[in-house]
Design a protein around this ligand. Structure first.
Ligand code: NAI
Length: 338
């Protein structure tokens, strides 16, 4: 089938070309993000493959449907950027990659924790300047510390296994976590406010929905232990970034590791090194020595890219053959149910 890719980068093009040897779809790559301004490029393509910062709002979906698109294949797990109600109304099928490598994201979470705690980002820059002093680089033992995982789906569970390996005490916040599962994972199930009160590290692994938007706001940050660390590899808007700046400025929050940012659309995945950064909140966050930001790369492993490409192309094949999309399909009812 003819597939139009948006927001294409070298890394995903290579993975899709490789995986497509087994499928033989006709792939066309566009570098711009999918927006109301670029949606015209998709005219005549029955399948559009989009990424996390494409804007699949009502206007865009209507333009896609008018142009003949019937399947929107998200090459991501998250689908918060899609107006699923409108997609359903237009008869557009939306599929995603529900699971590609939870380990990739969980391992990046651990990378952020370790780098921030042991100040690897600062040590790296310092040593390259031939500054071999250790002042200001004191970290803490992870062993015995309390880690709160908010969201214990695929990624949260993978993170639980990693932090358990470090000898951490685990708290879990997830209404769907059963008592036997919590026991098997070595997790104590608690409410969010209790997790915030007790944890040395809080890590977010819930999807972004209207209910989880700014789940961590000023009040939540104030409940955290002084000096605690927050990690967000979920979605930017889970965390109120203005409140985050204030919590860092006051010194109440010890450190923040972010792989996602609520205004990342149009910034992340781009080389803006020759421009002046226009986002003042992001610019402020980047001034803190105890903040480490990566540009939505937690998923970026060879294994994950390969799995994303294979699952996406399989979904397109099933669609072409008129088969039911199965668990890769996302519908509005799922979001409403939570
Ligand atoms: P999942 O669907 O397996 O698990 C999500 C869990 O969150 C579920 O167990 C659910 O019960 C729980 N949950 C929902 N609302 C909650 C709330 N208010 N409080 C506590 N728990 C709640 O999803 P998975 O695969 O673990 O992914 C989680 C999120 O990670 C995705 O939705 C996506 O936004 C993000 N993600 C980020 C990536 C990155 O590269 N930074 C890559 C992949 C996913």
């Amino acid at each position: 089938m003819r597939i139009a890719f948006f927001d294409t980068h070298r890394f995903d093009r290579a993975a899709f070309e490789d995986a497509n040897a087994a499928f033989g779809h006709d792939l066309t790559y566009f570098e711009p993000r999918l927006t109301p301004q670029t949606v015209g490029l998709a005219a005549g393509f029955p399948v559009v493959c989009s990424f996390v910062n494409d804007r699949l709002d009502g206007a865009c979906l209507r333009a896609l449907a008018e142009g003949g698109t019937r399947l929107v294949a998200l090459r991501s797990a998250g689908f918060n950027h899609v107006d699923l109600v409108e997609a359903g109304r237009l008869g557009l099928t939306v599929v995603r990659v529900p699971e590609y490598s939870p380990q990739a994201v969980a391992e990046h979470t651990a990378a952020l924790v370790l780098a921030l705690n042991r100040k690897v980002h600062r040590a790296y820059a310092r040593v390259r300047e031939w500054n071999f002093s250790l002042d200001g680089l004191v970290g803490f033992d992870l062993y015995g510390k309390t880690v709160a995982l908010v969201g214990l789906g695929r990624i949260g569970r993978a993170a639980a296994r990693i932090f358990r390996g470090f000898g951490c005490r685990l708290l879990g916040v997830d209404p769907r976590l059963s008592a036997p599962d919590a026991h098997a994972l070595g997790i104590e199930s608690v409410e969010l406010s209790e997790a915030l009160r007790q944890a040395d590290i809080v890590s977010l692994h819930v999807p972004l929905t209207p209910a989880t938007r700014h789940l961590i706001d000023a009040a939540a940050l104030a409940k955290m232990k002084p000096g605690a660390m927050i990690i967000n590899t979920g979605r930017g808007a889970l965390l109120d970034s203005h409140a985050l700046v204030e919590a860092l400025k006051s010194g109440h929050l010890g450190a923040a590791g972010l792989d996602v940012y609520e205004e990342e659309e149009g910034i992340f995945f781009q080389d803006l090194s020759e421009q002046v950064l226009q986002d003042d909140v992001l610019a402020r966050l980047l001034t803190f020595p105890n903040v480490l930001i990566t540009a939505h790369q937690a998923f970026l492993t060879r294994e994950a890219l390969h799995a994303i490409a294979r699952t996406t192309l399989e979904s397109v094949q099933r669609f072409e053959r008129g088969e039911a999309p199965g668990p890769t399909e996302v519908r509005a009812e799922q979001v409403i149910k939570g």
